[in-house]
Design a protein around this ligand. Structure first.
Ligand SMILES: NC(=O)C1=CN([C@@H]2O[C@H](COP(=O)(O)OP(=O)(O)OC[C@H]3O[C@@H](n4cnc5c(N)ncnc54)[C@H](O)[C@@H]3O)[C@@H](O)[C@H]2O)C=CC1
Ligand SMILES: O=C(CO)COP(=O)(O)O
Length: 326
């Protein structure tokens, strides 16, 4: 058995660490030659996960053709690049486990729908949950949702990743698992704004709760199950990402709350803050489904420079009073 991990950022590297701990051959594909060199020579990803010793059994490559003999692939590129990278894979029907969090901007498609158009036959799973890469790579306890229609295949994939500190919970709700991860990144930007503007912890808790109401409205409209949205890949990841400056999305929002522009904040970032790319497409898809998402709309306007953080907050607080139900 040989597991391929496609994407040598922080999360792909952490997942390679999880896979290698199971004793299986693990191949990590990275775009950057520096990542390939540092993983192979120093057993460290100096660009994206510095300071965390990696299992020396992880082998890195810069050539996608080397994944031809892998019998399952974890796809861990940023959401907007997933399609091109899958298109460049050696053509086979091995199971794909999608680990990015986002919605494809140019089509409005969820990532499992993108992958399905490119691989009509092979199994497609979604792995998502509250998982800061540096904690997972360091072996700290973590639980995730692993969603896939074919439960027997799901059990096989689960058993290749599960370990004493890494607990995948199986689900058949692929759309639900994906929607939580995509939406929470946008909401984490909003929570970062609360931090940047020092609006207090009450405001952050209110945003998390009302953000969860938005996630639930959107998820139910798009076929997700409520228990998935309330589980690890939904509420679990929302709480994590909205509470910690370790989140790239939260820290982007904090900068916006401090008055910096999105362009300024994104200019010198090597790492990805998916919420910035997801927000506009999320809003488009929500509008088309008649789903009201005022917090996501505020994040969108702020990212686009259409309003200041003060105006975004004022508008949210001035909305008509209403009953609490979703
Ligand atoms: N870092 C984390 O804690 C977690 C990240 N994720 C998700 O995993 C996905 C990957 O994120 P990270 O590993 O954190 O990335 P990262 O921010 O550590 O690194 C950026 C990655 O983007 C890649 N990249 C940039 N331009 C590209 C292109 N044109 N084509 C292909 N790849 C390109 C880089 O090679 C690098 O692998 C994202 O969707 C993220 O939301 C999910 C769970 C946890
Ligand atoms: O998805 C994540 C944790 O589950 C990582 O969040 P950020 O991308 O905001 O850092």
């Amino acid at each position: 058995m040989k597991l391929g991990v496609i994407g040598g950022g922080a999360w792909g590297t952490a997942l390679a660490q999880v896979a290698a701990a199971k004793g299986q051959e693990t191949l990590l594909w990275a775009r950057e030659p520096d990542v390939v060199a540092s993983v192979n020579a120093a057993h460290e990803n100096r660009l994206y996960l510095p300071g965390i010793p990696l299992n020396p059994a992880i082998r890195a490559t810069g050539d996608l053709a080397d994944t031809a003999d892998c019998d399952a692939l974890l796809i861990v590129t940023p959401a907007q690049h997933m399609r091109t990278v899958i298109a460049d894979l050696p053509p086979r029907d091995v199971p794909l486990v999608l680990c990015a969090k986002g919605i494809e901007d140019k089509t409005g498609l969820f990532l499992h729908d993108v992958a399905r158009t490119m691989q009509p036959r092979g199994a497609i799973a979604v792995l998502s949950g509250p998982t800061f890469a540096h904690e997972v790579a360091a072996g700290l306890p973590t639980a995730v949702t692993l969603a896939i229609e074919d439960q027997a295949m799901g059990e096989r994939l689960r058993d290749r990743l599960a370990g004493p500190a890494f607990r995948p919970y199986l689900s058949s709700d692929v759309a639900g698992a994906e929607i939580g991860g995509a939406v929470k990144n946008v909401l984490a930007i909003a929570c970062g704004v609360v931090e940047g503007k020092r609006l207090g912890q009450n405001a952050r808790a209110a945003l998390i709760s009302r953000g969860f109401a938005e996630m639930t409205r959107f998820g139910l409209a798009k076929g997700a199950r409520v228990e998935t949205l309330a589980g690890l890949s939904g509420l679990g990841d929302l709480v994590l990402t909205c509470s910690s400056i370790s989140s790239r999305n939260f820290s982007l929002g904090k900068g916006l709350g401090e008055g910096k522009s999105a362009a300024e904040l994104m200019a010198d970032r090597r790492t990805v803050a998916e919420g910035a790319f997801t927000a506009p497409v999320l809003l488009r898809v929500a509008k088309a489904a008649n789903v009201d998402m005022p917090i996501a709309a505020a994040v969108c306007a702020l990212l686009a420079g259409d309003c200041t953080a003060d105006e975004a907050v004022e508008r949210l607080l001035a909305r008509p009073l209403r009953s609490e139900g979703v």
